[in-house]
Each structure stands twice: as structure tokens, then as C-alpha cells.
Ligand binder design. Structure first.
Ligand code: GLU
Length: 516
């Protein structure tokens, strides 16, 4: 196989969404698997919606995900420029070629005229296809229209493909249907096999607008050819564009690249991925402490299933084992639960291998939620480190930091009403809290083992089970019924805060305070 070249062609009209990031990752994985190159192309042909901020955000998000590229607007390369807005001269050249070869003709129809045709088609209940009325305009008619101020768009002339010289090439196949011959454009897809589109269902589509700008299908073909792309791996939503692109390649005298149309991502209910399923911009995942290495692993397994059923693969292993021929047509399920699980696995490892990175991530998360200044002081940072140690593998994603540990960073815990009702109501809770205060007041050093020993001794003395002691204290200190180990969290909170919170909870248990 000639050196593989894939492309990542985002439009800078918004932040990179998971679906696009997933397709980008597949292009990267495939290229790296075959020792090939990745080209980043910015598809900014719509100046009203494109912005340099989004372009920068796309670089940042792709890099964060661990995707690099060999050529692109920011790194250059031999087949640039890599921004479509800077490639108008190349589209113009290709358009001239099409005209000279008689593959394209100027169309002077106004939007109103086209709309009229469209309405007629709708009234007759047939799909709209441009009538081709400008195909046979004479020079004189064209000049007359131009003199009247009309600027032509350029349309591809599909009637040219009826010429039998094309029909032996395989990609344009005549088929006999009901006694008549019908032509089909065949798209060879690495995932779907041959997909045939009836030529008569396509129309003479516009390749260059009347203002001179190139349309997606045309720019895409000129660029993929010009950038020597060998494999186009993209979302199946684009499959209906592909026959048009194939016609353009042939009209321009070029061989198309290989296509693989990736299935659409769906939620666990098998419906197209939406916000409800956790579809979001990639940076929202970053903000919620998803690790890029976990996302890469998750992305890879969304459409490709290694035979042995293993789930955790390093990126190097993915690159080594990735096999496009195993990617099926079935829509992969974007299973947020599985992602949480997988991220948890990676977090657990990271906690062992590089705890500083976890501390930085958690500190950043706390700052974004207003619970820590940014940047934290060295003391605050080492406090976060102790909290991270105590929370341990409870942190599977960012929200777990607050779910299990917000009380570490609040003056007073947020008391969950249910926790209060179940654990702080009643005379026994008050007795337990008072007992704990008494025992802990003079305890020195204030360490987890010493705290545990002291509370156990006191419980035994009062004929209480450890359960009866631990639960009210936990709610008093954290506001919740679940969380990290009680004695460890007490050590981290420190004696002063523990006593203060116990005192406050005593007044709740006594029914005296409604402020909690
Ligand atoms: N800019 C297009 C998109 O983001 C690229 C489509 C393609 O891969 O051809 O949808």
C-alpha cells in the first residue's frame, strides 16, 4: 500500500464534539497503524460561521486528546495551504478545467427560478432535481444574461456521464432494470462494500456559487486530491455526498481515495447521540476530569472489538492492533456508564503512577467550582493531595470530587436532608456526638489510628456498636451518608474543624438548631 495519508477536516464553527473527535481519532489511529501521515485541514469556507477562536480551540482539543498531525495550517507541509479560505486559487483552477473540458456549465438561474422549480417538484410529489435548463444556453443568451447583471454559478454536467466510454470502468455501472438501462455510481467503501447510487437520482449540482466560492463537495475533492489523501474515514452522514465526489474526481481525471464511512454514534437507547446521552464538546469531558488516555481507549472500542474481549489498551497497543476491517456497520453505543468505569480504571492507575497529575486535575476542578483559588497556595495544594489520597479510587470523574469530598473545602458541610433525618434525629445521635466530642477534644496526635482506637474504646464503654457511632459522626462531619473512610477524613479535616462540626450537629440532633 502506498504510504497512507488520512485527513482531519474540521469546520471551525464551534467546539469539537465527541462524534467529530471520535472520527478524528480513527483517522489518526489508522494512519499511525500504517506508519502514515495525518493532515489537518481547516474547512472554513463559511466566513460567517467560522472563527479563529474556534480554530485555535480545535488545535487545543485535538492535542489534548493526544492527536497530532504531520501537516496543517499551524505546522505547514508540502501540500498547503491547509485552510480552505486560502485555497480559492486552486478551486478556480479546477473549475476552469471542468469548464474547458465541457464538464461544467454556467448556470444563470436566480434563487427565485430555482425555488420555482423546487415548488413545482413538490406539487408533483417528486424529489427536486435541477432541470438542467442552463445546460444548453447559447453564447448569445449567456452574454445577454450577464449584461443584465447576472453572475453564473457553475454546475457539473451529469449528462456527460452517459458517454459509454465511462461504462467499462466499474465505478459507473449500467444495469438493466424493467427493460431499460440505468446507470449507477458505485462507491467502494471499506466498511460497507459497494454502495450504488442511481445517476438519475442526482442532478447537475453546483460546484461554485455565483459569488465564486467553492461548495463543500468540490473543495473537498480538490483538497483531498491536492493533499494526496489516500483514505477518507468519515461519518456515514457524508455517504450521500460521496457519489457526487466520485463524479467530480472522474471529471477532473483523478482517482478517488479509498472511503470508509463510519457508523453514527448512538445512545444506549439506540437513538442518534444527543445531549441527553452525554453528547458534548470534547472540552466538557476534559473539564469533568476525563483523561485523554481513557477517552482514546473508549473511542477505539466504540466501533472495533478486539477478539479477546479485553477492554483496557494503551494507545501504543491500539495503534499496533487496530484493524479497520474489523470495524462494522453497526452503530456503536456511546455508553456514558462504561466511560465512567473506564475513566475510573485510568484514574486508579494514575493515582499510583503519577499522583501529582491527579492532584493538579482535582485542584483545577475545585477552582472551576469556586472551592479553591486558582492557582492554589502550596499549603492548599498539599491539602488537596491529602484529600485525593483519602478519596482514592472513588474519583472516577470530576463530579465525584464534589459528590464525595465537597465538605473538605466548605466551611460547613452541605447537609443532605435525608442524611440528617436518618442519622441525626433522635436522642441516641445526640449522645453519640457528645461522646465523640468528649473523646476527641484532648486527643493528640489527631491521627486516623488514634481516632479509631479512641472511638472504639468509648463505644465499648457505652455499650454501643461501632455502626451506631460511625454513621451519625459521618453525617455530622460531611453532611452525607457515604464517602471516604471516616477516621482518615477526620485526620485530614483536623481536630478544630471536627469539633466545630460535631458541636453544630449536636444542636441539630437536640432539635435546637434549624440553621443546619
Ligand atoms: N468539514 C466537514 C465536516 O466537518 C468534513 C467532512 C468530510 O470528512 O468530508 O463535516
Amino acid at each position: 500500500m502506498a504510504s497512507v495519508r488520512t485527513r482531519i477536516p474540521p469546520s471551525p464553527t464551534g467546539y469539537l464534539h465527541v462524534g467529530n473527535a471520535w472520527a478524528a481519532f480513527f483517522n489518526w489511529l489508522f494512519a499511525r497503524r500504517h506508519g502514515g501521515q495525518v493532515v489537518l485541514r481547516i474547512e472554513d469556507t463559511d466566513p460567517t460561521r467560522s472563527s479563529p477562536e474556534y480554530e485555535r480551540a480545535i488545535y487545543e482539543d485535538l492535542r489534548w486528546l493526544g492527536i497530532d498531525w504531520d501537516e496543517g495550517p499551524d505546522v505547514g507541509g508540502p501540500y498547503g495551504p491547509y485552510r480552505q479560505s486560502e485555497r480559492a486559487h486552486l478551486y478556480r483552477q479546477a473549475a476552469e478545467f471542468l469548464r474547458e473540458e465541457g464538464f461544467a456549465y454556467p448556470c444563470y438561474c436566480t434563487p427565485e427560478e430555482v425555488e420555482h422549480e423546487r415548488q413545482r417538484a413538490a406539487a408533483e410529489r417528486r424529489p427536486y432535481r435541477y432541470s438542467g435548463r442552463c445546460r444548453s444556453l447559447s453564447e448569445a443568451e449567456a452574454r445577454h444574461l450577464e449584461a443584465g447583471g447576472r453572475r453564473p454559478a457553475l454546475r457539473l454536467d451529469l449528462s456527460r456521464f452517459h458517454d459509454p466510454r465511462w461504462h467499462s470502468e466499474g465505478w459507473l455501472q449500467p444495469k438493466r432494470e424493467d427493460g431499460a438501462e440505468r446507470l449507477y455510481v458505485v462507491v467502494y467503501d471499506l466498511i460497507r462494500g459497494e454502495v450504488a447510487f442511481a445517476l438519475d437520482e442526482l442532478d447537475d449540482f453546483i460546484v461554485v456559487r455565483s459569488d465564486g466560492t467553492a461548495l463543500y463537495n468540490f473543495a473537498n475533492v480538490v483538497d483531498d486530491h491536492g493533499m494526496r489523501i489516500t483514505h477518507v474515514l468519515r461519518a456515514v452522514e457524508h455517504l450521500s455526498n460521496t457519489p457526487r465526489q466520485v463524479l467530480l474526481y472522474r471529471a477532473l481525471g483523478w482517482d478517488p481515495p479509498q472511503f470508509a464511512h463510519l457508523p453514527v454514534l448512538v445512545g444506549p437507547d439506540r437513538k442518534k447521540l444527543s445531549k441527553r446521552h452525554g453528547d458534548a464538546a470534547l472540552r466538557e469531558f476534559r473539564d469533568e476530569l476525563y483523561l485523554p488516555e481513557a477517552l482514546r481507549n473508549f473511542f477505539a472500542l466504540m466501533a472495533w472489538y478486539p477478539e479477546d474481549g479485553r477492554e483496557i489498551f494503551s494507545t501504543e497497543e491500539l495503534v499496533e492492533r487496530f484493524d479497520l476491517s474489523q470495524v462494522g456497520r453497526a452503530s456503536p453505543v456511546f455508553d456514558r456508564q462504561k466511560l465512567v468505569w473506564m475513566n475510573g480504571e485510568y484514574m486508579r492507575r494514575l493515582l499510583k503512577e503519577d499522583p501529582d497529575r491527579v492532584v493538579d486535575l482535582v485542584a483545577g476542578y475545585l477552582s472551576r467550582h469556586g472551592l479553591l483559588p486558582d492557582p492554589p497556595t502550596p499549603e492548599q495544594r498539599s491539602y488537596v493531595r491529602r484529600v485525593v489520597e483519602v478519596l482514592g479510587d472513588r474519583i472516577k470523574e470530576g463530579p465525584d470530587v464534589l459528590r464525595y469530598g465537597d465538605f473538605f473545602f466548605l466551611d460547613l458541610p452541605r447537609y443532605e436532608p435525608q442524611a440528617v433525618a436518618s442519622q441525626l434525629a433522635g436522642p441516641q445521635a445526640l449522645a453519640v456526638l457528645q461522646m465523640a466530642r468528649g473523646v476527641l477534644q484532648g486527643l493528640d496526635p489527631f491521627r486516623a489510628e488514634a481516632i479509631e482506637a479512641a472511638l472504639r474504646a468509648a463505644a465499648a464503654e457505652h455499650g454501643l456498636s461501632m455502626r451506631a457511632v460511625v454513621h451519625p459522626i459521618r453525617v455530622a462531619l460531611t453532611g452525607k451518608t457515604v464517602g471516604p473512610g471516616l477516621f482518615e477524613l477526620m485526620e485530614v479535616l483536623g481536630r478544630e474543624r471536627v469539633l466545630q462540626r460535631l458541636e453544630r450537629a449536636c444542636s441539630v440532633a437536640a432539635g435546637a438548631g434549624s440553621a443546619v
